[in-house]
Structure formats: structure tokens, C-alpha cells
Design a protein around this ligand. Structure first.
Ligand SMILES: Cc1ncc(COP(=O)(O)O)c(C=O)c1O
Length: 390
């Protein structure tokens, strides 16, 4: 009854878990959830007001399929100084960020072609490649190595069938930021082996102590890079479903066909909200980022005090990806923590085989929640130890 394409993929572990938590909360359980990756701040008022004005002014019909010129121009102006990417408005497509990644993969990957990405890495890359009839090739990073992605490990996975590398910096789930030097080495490899790079930079504004570098700014490889980013994480706009893709015109023209035959366009009032986000400076981004940084600095030492838990300080995004060395698989630990201690964490195995001893905790949550959550995790570990003694 169902296509092989859809039968071959599993549901999103993170979305499923969030749904389960919602169900349990509805039943009256006092669960603190650290599962979903979204800022807990409201969307800044000036953005909401711009979208309301657009609605009041009748912007309720179809827009251009590749995005409204105002928004593409604003993105073109924004990414030149910020990312060092010199793109005309025609080199930009407006799409929900996740859909932009899906569309890039559908457009660029043919049956049987291999696509390399980080392991642990974001839950959707593998299924997206599978849905394009490609072959996912997750390449491991290790905690001991600071979750650095080693270009030589990537090289050793390149075969004649390799078509693309997807990279994610800052990374979900590890919070690691790929240094410029490594990105340049990956760029050289892509040039040598004639590969495409899909660079997912949706957390680009959430970096602490380090600089974000866009691989699409490297001139000699810019035509083989598709950069994807968006408003969700930087401006607390996850529900607006708006982001962008930048790349050479020929690729954008092909992606636009996919947009035209699927979602048509993004709602114009949403796009006007996005224009307001870009035009109003970045103070609101900085305020949210500072708050995330303070929460990170509160959370990581508390986690490291729990016996069996170890967590390096993440340099970006808003996730602590910590090792929980208690002799259980991460999925079992997640279930036990949820049902016994009423704290919801995402099991590291959702992000690939290299994540299985780890748990992901989003710190896009209030300080009170973080403190209470860590206390519950600590009490859970103590109860396990007591159980062993008995
Ligand atoms: C690494 C990564 N890429 C892309 C996305 C998709 O972002 P959006 O919700 O804006 O589509 C997410 C969302 O969680 C993510 O974590």
C-alpha cells in the first residue's frame, strides 16, 4: 500500500518524543521536557507587528514561488557582511529551513548516490537522503576528540558514488562548531573529488566564545556550496516556518521547480515578518544568545557534578550532549528518566550510532527548569546506585 521510499524511513525520533511528552503532560504528569530544539522566548514584537500589518494590508494571497523580492534582497544584503557570501537575490530561495534541506537533497541527489554527514548528526539528514533514493553515509566524530569532524575520516568514506557532503555548524546535537581550518580542508576535498556541499547553518547566530564561518564564502568552491539557514533558532520563529537557501542560480532554478510543484510559495505576511527581523538590527539575537550562554554556563557544571555524567562545554546551538556512563543504552535511559523521574531528554541514539552513550538536553528552557531537571537526573542516578547496593 505504501511506497518503498516512505517505508524505508523511521518517524522523527525527536518529534515523536515531544508528542509523547505532550500526551503525558495532558494526563497530568509533572514532566519537565528538554527535548525539542526551539527557543523558549516569544518572537520579538516588531516581527509580529510587521506580519500583522501585512495581514491588515491584504497580503493574504500567493507570493512569488522563489520568495518575495523584498525578503530575498534583505537576505542578500544581510549575508554579504555577515557570512561573506556574495549572492544576488536570484541566488536565493525562500523556504522553510527543513524543507530547503529536503529540496536541496531531492534536487541534487540521484538514485544510489552517497551522501556523507556527521555522526552524531541531526535526525533528518539520513531519512532525507533515503527519500531521494540515495545512500546515507554517516561519518563518526568522537567525544574524546571534542566532536571535531576530521577531514581525513571524511576522505576515507569518499567513493566513486559519493555525491555530496552535508555539514552542520554549529551542530545539533553536539553543539560543536566546525573551525574555519577544517571547513577549508573539507572544501579542498570537495573540489578534488568533485562533490557538492550542503551547509546547514540554522544555528549560525548561536555561537559562544568562537566565530561562525560559512564554507560558502570560500571563493574557489562557492559554486558547489548550497547554504541553508533560517529564522527559527536566531529569532525565536520556529512556528513561522521560514528560512532560505543560497547557491548558484542554476541550482536555485531547479529547486524552484520543486517548490512550485509542492508548497507553491511561503505566505507573504510571514515573509514580511522575516523582512522586519532582518531590517531591525541584531540586538534581539544578541539578547537571546547571551541568555542561552548564561544558561549553558549554569547547566554544564551542574551536569558534570552527577556521577557517571560528563559533558564538554558546547560552543554553539543550545544543546548539552552529555555522556551518561551507567551501562544502559540511551533509549532505555530516556524511557527510565521519563517514567521514573519525569524528565524528558532525547536519547543520543536518535542522532546516529556514535551517540548511543549520550543524552541530549536542550537548554532552551528556564533556569528553574534546568536546575530542577538536573536535580531529577541526579536523584535518578542516586536511586540506581542504591538499587545496586540492595
Ligand atoms: C540542524 C537543524 N537543521 C535544520 C533544522 C530545521 O529548522 P526549521 O525548524 O527552521 O525548519 C533544525 C531544527 O531543529 C535543526 O536542528
Amino acid at each position: 500500500m505504501f511506497s518503498k521510499r516512505i517505508r524505508n524511513v523511521q518517524p522523527s525520533a525527536t518529534v515523536q518524543l515531544a508528542n509523547k511528552v505532550k500526551r503525558l503532560k495532558k494526563q497530568g504528569l509533572d514532566i519537565i521536557s528538554f527535548t525539542l530544539g526551539e527557543p523558549d522566548f516569544p518572537t520579538p514584537k516588531h516581527i509580529v507587528d510587521a506580519a500583522k500589518d501585512a495581514l491588515d494590508n491584504g497580503m493574504t494571497h500567493y507570493a512569488q514561488s522563489n520568495g518575495m523580492p523584498e525578503l530575498r534582497e534583505a537576505i542578500s544584503d544581510h549575508i554579504k557582511p555577515k557570512n561573506g557570501i556574495h549572492a544576488d537575490p536570484e541566488d536565493i530561495m525562500i523556504m522553510p529551513t527543513k524543507f530547503a534541506l529536503y529540496a536541496a537533497i531531492q534536487t541534487l541527489i540521484s538514485k544510489g548516490e552517497q551522501v556523507i554527514f556527521q555522526n552524531p548528526g541531526w535526525v533528518s539528514y539520513g531519512p532525507m537522503v533515503t527519500m531521494a533514493n540515495g545512500t546515507p553515509v554517516p561519518v563518526k566524530m568522537s567525544y574524546e576528540d571534542g566532536w571535531n569532524w576530521n577531514p581525513e575520516d571524511i576522505r576515507s568514506h569518499v567513493t566513486p558514488r559519493t555525491r555530496a557532503i552535508i555539514l552542520n555548524t554549529p551542530s545539533n546535537p553536539t553543539g560543536s562548531v566546525i573551525p574555519e581550518e577544517t571547513l577549508r580542508a573539507i572544501g579542498d576535498l570537495a573540489e578534488e573529488k568533485d562533490l557538492i556541499i550542503i551547509s546547514d547553518e540554522v544555528y549560525e547566530n548561536l555561537v559562544y566564545d568562537v566565530e561562525h564561518f560559512s564554507i560558502g564564502s570560500i571563493d574557489k568552491i562557492k559554486d558547489r556550496v548550497v547554504t541553508v539557514s533560517g529564522f527559527s533558532k536566531s529569532y525565536a520563529m520556529t512556528g513561522w516556518r521560514v528560512g532560505w537557501m543560497v547557491g548558484k542560480k542554476e541550482i536555485m532554478r531547479m529547486v524552484n521547480k520543486l517548490q512550485q510543484h509542492s508548497i507553491t510559495c511561503l505566505p507573504p505576511f510571514i515573509q514580511m515578518g522575516a523582512v522586519a527581523a532582518l531590517k531591525c538590527g541584531n540586538q534581539c539575537i544578541l539578547d537571546m544568545r547571551d541568555e542561552f550562554q548564561q544558561r549553558r554556563d549554569l547547566l554544564i557544571p551542574l551536569l558534570n557534578e552527577i556521577p557517571g555524567v560528563s559533558c564538554e562545554v558546547p560552543q554553539g546551538a543550545f544543546y548539552a550532549f552529555f555522556k551518561m556512563d551507567l551501562g544502559f543504552k540511551s533509549m532505555d535511559l530516556a524511557e527510565m528518566l521519563l517514567y521514573k523521574s519525569h524528565v524528558a531528554l532525547t536519547p543520543g541514539s536518535a542522532f546516529g550510532s556514535a551517540g548511543d552513550e549520550f543524552m541530549r538536553m536542550s537548554y532552551a528552557s528556564s533556569r528553574e527548569n534546568l536546575i530542577e531537571g538536573v536535580k531529577r537526573i541526579g536523584d535518578f542516578v542516586k536511586s540506581l546506585e542504591k538499587g545496586k547496593e540492595l
